[in-house]
Structure formats: structure tokens, C-alpha cells
Write a protein that binds this ligand. Structure first.
Ligand code: EPZ
Length: 424
């Protein structure tokens, strides 16, 4: 049954919240557990979002034993010993973009994998040519037949791989396969996101030799066997940034705890530019914006640039800042699908290719709108909070992929959203 969020407008965020584990690290670490052949791994601080729940089901379908910690649903024990298939069930795969990490992990484990082309948010074309470039360099053959990617290798041999495009997914996927290749692999022009460093730390704790993660040159020495390990997933900088931007956009005051402030540098810089007060502690950030906001320009780039995943929430904030703000989306070809819905609420936004020109300062009005992707959906929650009147937000399945029970998370921050079944 479909659901909707009813969001009352003119609310101010005021409260404190603990950030969950990083979705974009967890969705790679779960598939990577397959590489620890006969050794169970314990993963803690997992976000309990639908992407993770789907990956747990896929791992079970492949033969893994997944034991949930009764005391804490964020902790899992995964025993990959009985994983006996290199063909994850297609029906489950294409609902989840991050399923593509099973390519690198199953290739590393079985020297073969057959998996449908990945699904995920529609942000424009999302090719996997750089992933394939890496697997081919490691000695695999790759065929695409009726939407199924078939990858096979007699053995995986370390190689030098230059990524034509800075890609988070390709960097991680190649790292996974290379961790079981013979010899040394060098990934040049690698992405530097903190989630990549977290995956590298997980692999190294299992006994792999991954050096340089977080820089644009990563060196991986293949390992014969990967052993049991316990790994705690890093905090989610995108979830943290969503709450920080929401606090500033609502002229509120939020204490966001359990973060790694360094990962939030670009967001902190931009919130200061729009006039928010930002206090930074060892593992918390406090955002206050009682006196309104100023316009600024945003350019998204791979880390440590401003994260593309926070472009939609930041655009909502900028609709409130009197004056002209320019948002350039340099990572994805088509990540402005949220603009049309914001214009229904009265936002003054003009699109020119990958640039959005925002005339801020106008009051948004609540409206019935639908999320079409995860971060656009989060942006619409913020838009509902700052609007005049009620907003009815549908497409919650997109939001639930990356935010645990978004209505209860925002209630902790002092605002109320209500999730209703469509019939009500
Ligand atoms: C990851 O997607 C994240 N998803 C995205 O977060 C995030 O927006 C993105 O990285 C950029 O930071 C996960 O980690 C599960 P890319 P990914 O490969 O790996 C092009 C969210 O909301 N490209 O870094 O798919 C691609 O088209 C999601 O949490 C190629 O051309 O992103 C894009 O324009 C949304 N060929 C650019 O590179 C390839 O082989 C960056 O994509 C791969 C990518």
C-alpha cells in the first residue's frame, strides 16, 4: 500500500540527533563480506534502510548465513562460507544500484559473476564502463547479454588501471576484485570519498593490502585468503548534511552528533557562506540560523568538493535566501528532476543545461509533490517544512532507501511529519 508524508509548513528545527552509519559505505561492505571465504565477519553501525535490507536478502539468497544481533538491529554477523552461487537473483538485483558491488566481490571469490545491469536513482545515464575497464584489465572477459552482465576470468592478475572518470562505484568495485587478484593493482585517478576509505579499512582488517584509499592513487596487493573481522561503519556524512541544511533552511538550531566533522567540510563551508552559525566539536556539529540566509553559488564535484547528494537539499535552502544563487551540477548529467516539483511550490528556478539559477526570497507554498529519487525526496521534506501550508509528499519508497524512518528522525529534531497510508 502506498504511503504519503503530511508536512505542516513554517516549522523550525530545534533538537539533537545521532547520525546513522553511512549508506554508501554499508552497501559496499555487505557485498565485500563474500570475499572472506570461510570466515564470518561482524559489521556494526549499519543503517537499517531498505537498501541494506535488500542486500541482506540477496546475500541470504546466495547462501550466506546472516545473523541479526537481537540486542541491536544495526549489528550483523555474516558467514559467507556457504555462499555457493555467482548469480544473484535478478528480481532482487535491479531494485538496487549498489548491487553492482556484487560484481567485484563475486568475481574476486568465484572468478565469475552473472548479474543484471544495476538499477537505482534516475540521475541521467549511469554507465558502468569504468567498472568493466577495471575488471577487463584484471584479466576478466565481460559480456552483456539481454541486460545481464557476464564476467569471467581464468585468474585475476594485478594491473595498472587509469579511470577516465572519477567514479566512486568503479573505484570500490575494482578494489574488491583486486583484493583477491595475484600481484599488485594500481588504480589511478581514483575517487577519494570517505566511504572508499571505509571499505579499504574493512578489506585491510580482513587481511588485504590496500594502500592510498582517500587519495587518487590506490595500490592493492592481492591476498590469498581474507579472515574474520569486526567492522564499524563510518557515520553518514550525507544524512548529517541533510539535517544540517534542514536546520539552516528552517532558521532553526540543531546539534548533529556522532559525525566525523572533516567529512562535512564542504557543507560547513557553504552553510557559513549563507550566514548560518556553525560550531564544530570533536564528533558533533551545531547549526544555527536564526537571522535568515544569504545567497551563494554551489558547484558539485567529487570529494572533497561539494557532494552532489546534498545539491537538492541545498537548492531548497537557497530558495529562501533573497537574491540570485547559481547551482552547477558537475557529477551527474541529469540531477535536476527535483526542480519541477519545487517550482510547483512557487520556487523561482531557471535551468540552463547543468546549471540552475535560483531567485531566492519567495515564500514556498505547500503542495502535493512526489519524490523521484532519494536525495530529491529528502529535499522535498525540507521544502515542506519551510512552506506556507501543508505539503503531501509521495514516493516515500525512494526516501526509505537512504533514510531510516525519516518522519521519526525529523521528529527528534522538533518538527512533525506524519506518514499516512494512501487510503487515510
Ligand atoms: C555513488 O554512485 C553513490 N551511490 C551516489 O549516491 C553518489 O551520488 C555518487 O557515488 C557520487 O558521489 C552509492 O555509493 C551507492 P559514480 P555511483 O560512479 O558510484 C559517471 C545516493 O543518493 N560514471 O561516482 O553510481 C556517472 O555517470 C547516491 O546515495 C561513468 O561514466 O557514482 C556519473 O556521472 C545517488 N562510468 C559520475 O561518473 C562509470 O563506469 C560519477 O558516478 C561509472 C560512473
Amino acid at each position: 500500500m502506498s504511503e504519503l508524508l503530511v508536512i505542516n509548513g513554517q516549522q523550525r528545527i530545534s533538537g539533537r540527533i545521532n547520525v546513522s552509519g553511512a549508506k554508501n559505505a554499508a552497501v559496499a561492505i555487505l557485498p565485500a563480506s563474500v570475499l572472506a571465504e570461510n570466515n564470518p565477519v561482524k559489521i556494526t553501525n549499519l543503517p537499517r534502510i531498505t537498501d541494506i535490507n535488500k542486500l541482506i536478502e540477496i546475500l541470504k539468497a546466495l547462501g550466506a548465513d546472516v545473523i541479526e544481533d537481537e540486542a541491536n538491529e544495526r549489528n550483523l554477523l555474516i558467514d559467507p562460507t556457504n555462499v555457493n552461487s555467482h548469480t544473484p537473483p535478478g528480481m532482487m538485483i535491479n531494485k538496487l544500484r549498489a548491487s553492482y558491488y556484487l560484481m567485484g566481490s563475486l568475481l574476486g571469490r568465484f572468478l565469475q559473476v552473472e548479474i543484471p545491469m544495476p538499477g537505482g536513482c534516475d540521475l541521467g545515464p549511469r554507465p558502468i564502463d569504468q567498472h568493466i575497464k577495471g575488471f577487463t584489465a584484471l584479466g576478466a572477459t565481460v559480456e552483456l547479454e539481454h541486460g545481464i552482465v557476464k564476467i569471467k576470468a581464468k585468474k585475476l592478475q594485478g594491473a595498472y588501471i587509469y579511470l577516465d572518470v572519477v567514479s566512486v562505484g568503479a573505484t570500490i568495485n575494482i578494489m574488491l576484485a583486486a583484493s583477491r587478484a595475484e600481484g599488485k593493482t594500481v588504480i589511478e585517478n581514483a575517487a577519494k570519498e570517505p566511504e572508499i576509505v571505509d571499505v579499504a579499512n574493512f578489506l585491510n582488517a580482513m587481511g588485504a593490502q590496500v594502500r592510498g584509499a582517500g587519495t587518487d592513487v590506490i595500490k592493492i596487493e592481492g591476498a590469498k585468503e581474507l579472515r574474520s573481522v569486526e567492522h564499524c561503519v563510518i557515520p553518514d556524512r550525507i544524512e548529517a548534511g541533510t539535517f544540517m541544511i534542514a536546520a539552516a533552511a528552517t532558521y532553526g538550531d540543531a546539534l548533529v552528533e556522532g559525525v566525523i566533522p572533516k567529512h562535512l567540510d564542504p557543507v560547513i563551508a557553504k552553510l557559513k557562506e549563507v550566514g548560518a552559525g556553525v560550531e564544530v566539536g570533536p564528533d558533533w556539529v551545531r547549526i544555527k540560523a536564526p537571522n535568515g540566509l544569504a545567497p551563494t553559488d554551489i558547484k558539485t564535484f567529487p570529494y572533497p568538493g561539494f557532494p552532489t547528494d546534498l545539491q537538492p537539499p541545498m537548492m531548497v535552502l537557497l530558495t529562501r535566501a533573497p537574491g540570485t544563487s547559481i547551482v552547477s551540477e558537475n557529477v551527474f548529467e541529469r540531477r535536476f528532476r527535483h526542480v519541477e516539483e519545487l517550482k510547483k511550490m512557487g520556487a523561482q528556478i531557471k535551468l540552463e543545461g547543468r546549471t540552475a539559477i535560483i531567485e531566492g526570497g519567495s515564500q514556498l507554498t505547500g503542495a502535493p509533490i512526489s519524490a523521484m529519487d532519494l536525495r530529491g525526496g529528502a529535499a522535498f521534506v525540507i521544502a515542506g517544512l519551510i512552506s506556507q501550508g501543508e505539503t503531501y509528499l509521495r514516493g516515500l519508497e525512494h526516501i526509505d532507501r537512504g533514510y531510516e524512518s525519516i518522519e521519526s528522525r525529523f521528529r527528534k529534531l522538533g518538527v512533525n511529519l506524519e506518514r499516512l497510508a494512501e487510503t487515510e
